[in-house]
Design a protein around this ligand. Structure first.
Ligand SMILES: [Zn+2]
Length: 438
């Protein structure tokens, strides 16, 4: 009988495959062959395989790579620039003029390189970006070995990248043609926001999205000012305008979605839209609290993201997830309920609930391995033991009782395995006690 072969075997103390939900496999091994998961087995059974590389992680939890659902990665170079201002002041008086002076392919490449390092360190193996010169973003992502959905940005205003919406689209589609066959690179259409993109451009974007089967990725209902601007200029709220233009649909990821009434939540749900949630950005800019619990209750898929570094402190996903699990907020509508632990649990907020649709993610970021399951690509984040702020330091309360962090994070100081803490916490809430070390 021939011995099965794998290129890589990882033995982990615990493996969280995501499906079935809330399951933790102790003393299991993951086997990878040709970049895909060949098997997920009890470690004893894996001894029957021949392997080229054998990694032992007895103190680690192995999880799938996380998805950062919305970034402006290159803006890492603008981190800390013009802090603590309202969104429109920050954009129109500081960021947009600075971008006009400095943005170039080299700027985008260098900023994205930096962001990729930060994201990989935080467990992110796929990000959904929106910025100028998307080919430079893709180049940096491929160099770092991280998956990207590169947003083909469109705004009305001229920038160093393009002169008008047609120019943005032409350049973006040319970048897509150049990179479309790369295994790590996918594209989406990225009209910036309802207040920066006109009707004619949005109609074209909807047509391209349908013809090319591309996701759309757009800031939506981020601030009250945005709603006011739309009422003044279009006579309707932004989502009503987008619905009339055909933008709403299962390929739309609505970024922020902070200011929503019940009718708009129903509309997002009815159209199968997804929401990208960044409480860190919303808190920093005092934009408000997204009604995440109501979105989840309506059946909307919600993921978290890092946004631009100038708007939130970093690109690491655990930090975003911690914020998502923290504030309930006056706009939430469900006082006391922490959205990160609602129905469907944390996996919905991490993007790890993705399964199947469009051959990949529910959020339209296809092909990302959000599950540890045979035949899926092996996008695995290894805990590095490099330390960092421990999620367990957050004084969480579930069901009125303070929750002690699990595993190593009981010790004060840096947590050697952020992912382990995070998933351990979720599992404990569900009444399951995996065999984490005391
Ligand atoms: Zn953004």
């Amino acid at each position: 009988m021939s011995v099965p072969h794998a290129d890589l075997r990882i033995d982990a103390g615990w493996i969280v495959p995501v499906r079935p939900t809330a399951s933790v496999l102790a003393n299991h091994s993951l086997l990878v062959r040709d970049g895909r998961i060949a098997a997920l087995l009890p470690t004893l059974a894996a001894d029957g395989w021949s392997v080229a590389e054998h990694v032992r992680l007895p103190d680690h939890v192995l999880i799938p790579g996380l998805v950062n659902l919305h970034t402006h990665a290159a803006m890492n170079l603008l981190r800390g620039y013009a802090d603590d201002l309202p969104l429109m002041t920050w954009l129109s008086e500081h960021i947009w003029p600075a971008e006009g002076r400095h943005v170039s392919p080299a700027f985008v490449r260098d900023g994205t390189r930096l962001a990729c390092l930060e994201m990989l360190k935080g467990g992110v193996t796929c990000f959904n970006d929106m910025y100028f010169f998307p080919e430079a973003t893709a180049e940096a992502a491929v160099e770092a070995g991280i998956r990207i959905a590169a947003g083909l940005i469109v705004v009305e205003a001229p920038t160093p990248y393009a002169a008008d919406p047609d120019d943005y689209l032409a350049k973006g589609l040319a970048a897509r043609d150049a990179w479309r066959d790369h295994a790590l690179v996918q594209f989406c259409l990225a009209p910036h926001a309802p207040y920066t993109v006109g009707d004619r451009a949005l109609e074209k974007i909807v047509t391209y999205a349908a013809q090319l089967d591309l996701p759309i990725h757009m800031h939506v209902h981020e601030t009250e000012d945005e709603i006011r601007h739309s009422l003044e200029h279009h006579g309707v709220r932004p989502l009503a305008r987008l619905r009339a233009l055909g933008v709403l649909g299962p390929n739309l990821t609505a970024v922020h979605a902070v200011h929503l009434n019940d009718e708009e939540i129903d509309s997002l749900a009815a159209h199968g839209c997804h929401v990208a949630h960044c409480p860190a950005s919303n808190l920093k800019l005092a934009s408000g609290f997204a009604p995440v619990a109501r979105l989840l209750a309506a059946g909307i898929n919600v993921g978290v993201f890092g946004d631009a570094p100038g708007r939130s402190p970093g690109q690491g996903r655990q930090r975003r997830s911690r914020h998502a699990a923290g504030p309930t907020g006056p706009g939430n509508g469900y006082p006391g309920q922490r959205p990160g632990f609602g129905t469907g649990g944390t996996h919905r907020l991490t993007g790890n609930r993705q399964a199947g649709r469009r051959g990949g993610g529910q959020s339209g970021i296809g092909g990302h391995p959000a599950l540890l399951r045979p035949h899926l690509p092996a996008g695995i984040q290894r805990g590095t033991g490099t330390g960092g702020p421990c999620l367990g330091e957050w004084p969480g309360r579930i069901g009125g009782r303070p929750q002690r962090p699990l595993g190593r994070s009981r010790n004060p100081g840096p947590c050697p395995c952020l992912a382990g803490t995070y998933f351990g916490w979720t599992i404990k809430k569900r009444g399951m006690r995996p065999a984490f070390p005391a």
